[in-house]
Design a protein around this ligand. Structure first.
Ligand code: ACO
Length: 382
């Protein structure tokens, strides 16, 4: 027996922080923000109200919500030189890279005096929450060759994002699905991008650097990108009728084959967020028709439950979200930026929490290299 600290790859089960922001019970399909189940918030609340809840710890009064909403609407417009910067970016670049660069550049246009100034921190929190949708929408339009639109102060967060992206207002069902999607993606305990935000925040870096680092972390396919892959999978299957033969073929080739959008490290039942997205999707599809990919996804969920259910592998949030975004006309590579727009509230809540009693993150390592090596002059090396 030694007293050496144990090395846990991926920091699995290592406690990185104390947090009062969100709670998951993976066996009971429970995700709560400040004690309130996410399903309730998706149904009853708005992204603005949920953001306040995450940031401040309690539901806002009517007056607080009205002021918060007003303050956000005032800060949606991007600096004209930031728009110029977006226009100079390659249209073929990934929207997550544009978003990361855009948030980072905001630090140049709105320099924070010090993260020890609560008023400056609150102003930056508002500006980041308000501007992320504008950045995503602006780059989406530039890529299509369209002019960047100014935000509309008469529209809420979700409706304004849709308007700035497409140039027309969403239907009530589409607005609701986007708003709820932002809510269900807003926070999820100590995931990789949230941890990134806390680590960066712990150095007292400015908030734009904190969120830019978190966006970079979310951009990886192991974190934010599974909804794109789930959608590609439904397209490859082609139809509900082909689900069983497709899965049988995959399992024959590889008994450990992983279905995209299924399984979760924490949830051993269906992810509560998947249920919310699916229910709202049904409302949107009632206005159009059920897309083929949705029929395929439903059948895949049914068939997969019989095979993977005993292992506790069920749909996660990414299983249905891509199908819904596609039905809204959102390009595939903008799915993860939408995730980022929602998650901004959680990242900012964690940044604020980290700054209270902050201590810089500085973990240990197990050194596996050489010690006390000689420097061999270049002319003596082969
Ligand atoms: N399809 C089929 N079987 C699966 C799947 C899946 N998607 N996920 C897990 N399993 C099986 C594994 O093969 C393993 O089986 P075994 O016990 O017979 O070996 C068992 O379930 C446990 O799987 P692990 O990979 O150990 O689970 P882990 O918690 O490490 O991984 C993860 C979770 C990465 C999400 C995994 O389920 C996966 O790769 N899913 C597909 C990708 C995906 O949808 N990612 C999005 C996650 S949600 C999010 O990030 C917002």
């Amino acid at each position: 027996m030694t007293n050496e600290p144990e090395y846990r790859p991926g920091l699995e089960d290592v406690i990185a922080a104390k947090s009062a922001i969100s709670f998951i019970d993976g066996k009971r399909a429970r995700l709560e923000y400040r004690g309130i189940p996410v399903e309730v918030l998706a149904k009853e609340s708005s992204y603005e109200e949920t953001s306040w809840l995450l940031l401040k710890g309690t539901l806002p009064t009517q007056r607080q919500l009205a002021d918060f909403d007003h303050d956000l609407r005032q800060r949606r417009k991007l600096h004209y030189r930031l728009k110029d910067l977006l226009r100079t970016m390659p249209a073929t670049g990934h929207p997550m890279d544009a978003l990361q660069a855009g948030v980072s550049a905001m630090g140049l246009f709105h320099p924070s005096r010090s993260v020890k100034d609560p008023a400056a921190n609150w102003d930056a929190t508002l500006r980041i929450l308000a501007s992320l949708p504008s950045l995503v929408a602006a780059f989406a339009r530039i890529r299509r060759g369209d002019e960047i639109l100014d935000p509309r102060e008469d529209l809420d967060h979700a409706a304004n994002f849709y308007y700035m992206t497409f140039g027309h207002e969403p239907t009530p069902a589409v607005r609701k699905v986007l708003d709820a999607s932002f809510i269900v993606h807003a926070e999820h305990t100590m995931n990789a991008s949230t941890f990134t935000a806390r680590v960066t925040g712990s150095t007292l870096a400015n908030p734009y650097a904190v969120i830019s680092a978190a966006v970079g972390s979310l951009s990886g396919p192991l974190h934010g990108g599974a909804n794109e892959e789930a959608l590609a999978q439904f397209e490859a299957i082609g139809s509900a009728a082909n689900v069983k033969p497709w899965l049988d073929g995959k399992l024959a080739a590889d008994p450990k084959f992983k279905v995209m959008g299924l399984g979760h490290r924490v949830y051993k039942v269906k992810d509560p967020r998947a249920n919310v997205v699916q229910e709202l999707a049904e409302h949107v599809f009632a206005e159009t028709s059920r897309p083929k990919n949705y029929e395929t996804a439903l059948e895949l969920e049914r068939v997969a439950a019989g095979i993977y259910g005993p292992k506790g592998v069920y749909p996660n949030v990414d299983f249905y979200s891509g199908v819904v975004y596609q039905a809204l006309g959102i390009p595939t590579d903008v799915f993860t930026p939408i995730f980022a727009v929602g998650r901004a509230a959680g990242w900012l809540a964690h940044w604020n929490e980290q700054l209270v009693g902050n201590r810089i993150f500085r973990p240990e390592q197990i050194f596996t290299g050489t010690v006390d090596a000689d420097y061999v002059p270049l002319e003596k090396r082969p």
